[in-house]
Ligand binder design. Structure first.
Ligand SMILES: [Zn+2]
Length: 374
């Protein structure tokens, strides 16, 4: 009897076993800051010790996200508090290893430890100071998104009305400093014009760590074909975001409808509040309410975006940018990092070859980071 099916399953199992799974964006640092037991025991987090083991995740970029509501004067404090929580409750307990080069990453993986890269999410965190940027580099941070959902004083965001027509002079100075330091420029969240300006002046390739394809879901937070091409031509990287509202336009419409529905509730919660911690937690609660109806998206929608980005930019530019622990809902069969084998199977089912799957699941991101090794 022909055993082709079994052989195929065996092949897949072998690939999954030794695969380098390396994801470009998660917000688990903030979960650990709030309560590290979520990560260690309770399993409410998209990333937790047993899920990492089960899914075979080997390396992860941990974003230190600071809500723009902490701007202008309290964002560094918040970033340092979250970073300190990672150091005290995570690295020093031996749950994972902070890495700053691909050789450190390889050594951590060979010891069976999750390799963690650090990134800053939101250019407002450096409070317009290249010295503070340098300080974060010194602490081990190796990338930064230029904005979050609001413009900074030097770069326009995809979530805000244009103010600087992209980057202003200070923005150009910060890009030059990032290039000099070897800090990776992360284009996710920035406006198209900001990314175009960066591509014009940056001496190094850039990444969009957690952005899906705009052609498949037409929203400003997603990345255009033109920018996919430009980033890929300069040896850059694009990590696909798993949030259902970024994957399918009809789901995005539902999210916007829910936003309207809960807006009054939200406005009532934040009325007269100026404490950024309270504003931040109200916003988080609001985001968990707006995903009603998001459960109609499965991992094939995510694979559609992977296929599209590799069609436009080539197979060497695309990878994972899950946004786990930062997204309030996920595709139905990709609910946390333990589901990565299902994604590998899904890629096989859609016709990707072994070597292509290796690239998508982590090798492309590894090769991109290699460019920045000193
Ligand atoms: Zn983000």
């Amino acid at each position: 009897m022909f055993k082709g099916g079994e052989r195929l399953t065996k092949d897949r199992e072998l690939l999954i076993k030794d695969l380098l799974i390396f994801d470009a964006h998660c917000d688990t640092a903030n979960v650990i800051f709030d309560d590290s037991s979520y990560f260690i025991k309770e399993n409410k987090s998209h990333l937790s010790l047993d899920k990492i083991k089960k899914g075979g995740l080997k390396a992860q970029i941990f974003a230190i996200y600071v809500n723009p509501v902490y701007s202008p004067y309290r964002s560094i404090k918040k970033a340092l508090l979250v970073y300190n929580a990672l150091e005290q409750k995570f690295f020093s307990k031996g749950y994972a290893v902070k890495v700053t080069s691909t050789s450190e990453m390889k050594s951590s993986i060979s010891k069976g430890k999750l390799a963690c890269w650090l990134s800053l999410e939101g250019g407002h965190i450096i409070e317009n100071s290249t010295e503070i940027l340098e300080f974060f580099y010194f602490l081990g941070f190796r990338s930064m998104t230029l904005t979050h959902t609001k413009n900074t004083d030097w770069a326009d965001s995809s979530g805000d009305e244009p103010k600087w027509d992209g980057l202003n002079n200070l923005g150009r100075k910060i890009i030059a400093k990032m290039n000099n330091l070897g800090m990776i420029i992360d284009a996710s969240h920035a406006s198209d014009k900001t990314v175009e300006d960066v591509l014009e002046i940056s001496k190094m390739p850039i990444m969009a760590s957690h952005s899906s394809a705009r052609t498949l879901c037409d929203i400003s937070r997603n990345i255009s074909d033109n920018l996919i091409k430009e980033i890929a031509e300069r040896n850059g990287f694009i990590g696909v975001n798993f949030f259902p509202g970024f994957l399918k336009k009809e789901i995005n419409r539902q999210v916007l409808k829910n936003m309207e529905k809960y807006n009054e509730w939200y406005q009532e919660k934040i009325k007269g509040v100026d404490n950024p911690d309270t504003l931040n937690s109200a916003e988080m609660k609001f985001y968990t309410k707006i995903v009603e109806g998001n459960d109609k998206v499965d991992l094939n929608s995510l694979i559609d975006h992977i296929i599209h980005i590799s069609d436009v930019g080539g197979i060497d530019c695309v990878g994972l940018g899950s946004d786990f622990d930062g997204i309030p809902s996920t595709p139905t069969n990709l609910t946390d990092v333990s589901c990565y084998p299902a994604l590998v199977n899904g890629l096989f089912d859609r016709g990707f070859r072994k070597e292509e799957i290796r690239k998508i699941m982590g090798l492309n991101l590894f090769n991109f980071f290699k460019i920045f090794d000193k």
